[in-house]
Design a protein around this ligand. Structure first.
Ligand SMILES: [Cu+2]
Length: 123
């Protein structure tokens, strides 16, 4: 009787271990790159303030929903989209190294003065 009980316990343990092993198997180590999508028109970005984490790579996507050519530039970095026409989009990967506020703006002449700017707040 005692032996039978022991066999059941051992079988249960073996099954449990097998289950745990299956669960611990890594599904995927690749993490998806977070996308931050900005739309632009005459003359603003939507959204115009976005919070990011230092050291975390994000894909900055800019979609032109206006009638003019626009781009998206991150101040103090070399990073920007191409100047794109209506209904076009462009993107780039951005990894903010340090905490702080990075201005974004459209570099087409006059657009920033008309309000085409915003902020990336890096924590
Ligand atoms: Cu513009």
């Amino acid at each position: 009787m005692k032996k039978k009980f022991l066999i059941i316990v051992v079988t249960a343990l073996v099954l449990l271990t097998a289950c745990n092993k299956a669960e611990q198997k890594p599904v995927s180590t690749a993490t998806e790159t977070k996308e931050v999508i900005f739309t632009g028109n005459e003359f603003s970005f939507q959204p115009n303030t976005v919070n990011l984490k230092a050291g975390e790579t994000v894909k900055i996507v800019f979609k032109n929903q206006g009638k003019f050519v626009h781009d998206l530039v991150i101040e103090r970095t070399e990073q920007k989209t191409k100047q794109i026409g209506p209904n076009e989009e462009d993107s780039f990967l951005f990894t903010p190294e340090k905490a702080g506020t990075y201005a974004i703006y459209c570099s087409v002449a006059g657009h920033r003065d008309f309000g085409m700017e915003g902020s990336l707040i890096v924590e």
